[in-house]
Design a protein around this ligand. Structure first.
Ligand code: NAD
Length: 323
């Protein structure tokens, strides 16, 4: 297939590109390099089945040029990461709403299937034992800019579903829970690469809040394996899928595991949310995916554990000295 990946120079997009090229697809990436990098896609530059377009999904002309010739669009370009969203509130809303609208509008014009990246942030503060696709969204006040990410991505989902139902545009939506692994950078609030970098540099590991909050992490390789069947499985059209690993860990336990595995003698220091994120910040205690639906539709389930993730991120950072 000829596939367009918006945001393909980012962490997930570049891993997806690698895999799709390996599977003999022709891949075009459009990316404005705001949080992605040429470094992520340098391995493919010589591949004749790979094309890179430097540009923004806010630019209709460029977007039209790259959507027109492909068969399918993976829409991953977005303002991402809690810290990034808080620091760039206006830009984030514009990219995540207007950008997605552009992608859907043009995909409809040229009749292209769209596979849309959403996020577990849409569940907000819902702390259910496990979160299923139809569960309620529980959000805080609009004065807390963190929740704008949740809302922009939820609006993307509404838009995509509206295009599916009203215009018969073939769409599939996936909600990623924390995805991490080799190649991710810690600059925008991603905790695993940040802890690994701090541990390897023998600097204090900075835990935000009490550290009792729990999270679930999915290895990027598992995520890519989950995305492939969504391209071709007709039953998935018009559906939303959680993609995540239900293995739950507290941030304190994560910090300790990283230090142990990195053989680091760093300390853990705690910062209040106020110090790091400013006054108007709210966090959720836990967020655990229910992945029964994707398992049922595609047979996918994660195969790599948190230990695998930490080992791989440490190995990657040692090899590339990318910190
Ligand atoms: N990594 C995670 O844990 C996670 C969790 C939930 C959802 N997601 C979703 O997955 C997708 C990819 O995230 P990622 O982790 O790879 O982040 P990333 O920041 O590495 O990738 C996003 C890419 O989009 C590009 N981009 C941003 N604005 C753009 C614009 N206007 N035009 C063109 N390109 C633009 C960036 O330069 C970057 O390369 C996003 O849609 C994100 O919301 C990721």
């Amino acid at each position: 297939m000829k596939i367009l990946i918006t945001g393909g120079a980012g962490f997930i997009g570049s891993n997806l590109t690698r895999r799709l090229l390996k599977e003999k697809h022709v891949v075009t990436v459009i990316d404005d390099l705001s949080t992605g990098s040429m470094e992520n896609i340098k391995d493919f530059k010589e591949n004749k089945h790979f094309h890179f377009e430097l540009g923004s999904i806010l630019d209709i002309d460029i977007l039209e040029k790259v959507i027109k010739p492909v068969d399918l669009v993976f829409h991953l370009a977005a303002a991402v990461g809690v810290e990034y969203i808080i620091n760039n509130p206006l830009k984030s809303i514009e990219i995540n709403v207007q950008g997605t609208e552009n992608v859907l509008k043009l995909s409809h014009k040229y009749k292209k299937k769209v596979i849309l990246a959403s996020t577990s942030e849409v569940y907000g503060k819902n702390g259910n034992d496990t979160l299923s696709e139809n569960d309620d969204r529980i959000l805080g006040s609009t004065t807390i800019s963190r929740w704008s990410y949740s809302n922009t991505k939820a609006l993307d989902e509404f838009l995509a579903l509206a295009y599916y139902h009203e215009k018969k545009l073939p769409v599939v939506i996936f909600r990623l829970f924390n995805t991490t692994g080799p190649g991710q950078v810690g600059d925008y609030g991603m905790v695993v690469p940040r802890f690994v970098k701090q541990a390897l540099l023998e600097k204090p590991l900075t835990v935000y809040g009490s550290g009792d909050q729990t999270r679930c992490f999915t290895h990027i390789y598992d995520v890519i394996n989950a995305l492939l069947p969504l391209m071709t499985n007709e039953k998935c059209l018009g559906e939303i899928f959680n993609i995540g690993n239900p293995q739950e860990v507290s941030i304190n336990a994560l910090a300790e595991a990283v230090m142990r595995k990195a053989d680091s003698s760093s300390q853990i220091i705690r910062h209040s949310y106020d110090e790091v994120m400013g006054k108007n910040f709210e966090d959720m205690k836990r967020r655990v995916p229910n992945i029964d639906k994707i398992k049922k539709f595609t047979g996918w389930s994660p195969t790599l554990s948190l230990d695998n993730i930490i080992d791989d991120v440490i190995k990657y950072n040692k090899e590339t000295l990318r910190f």
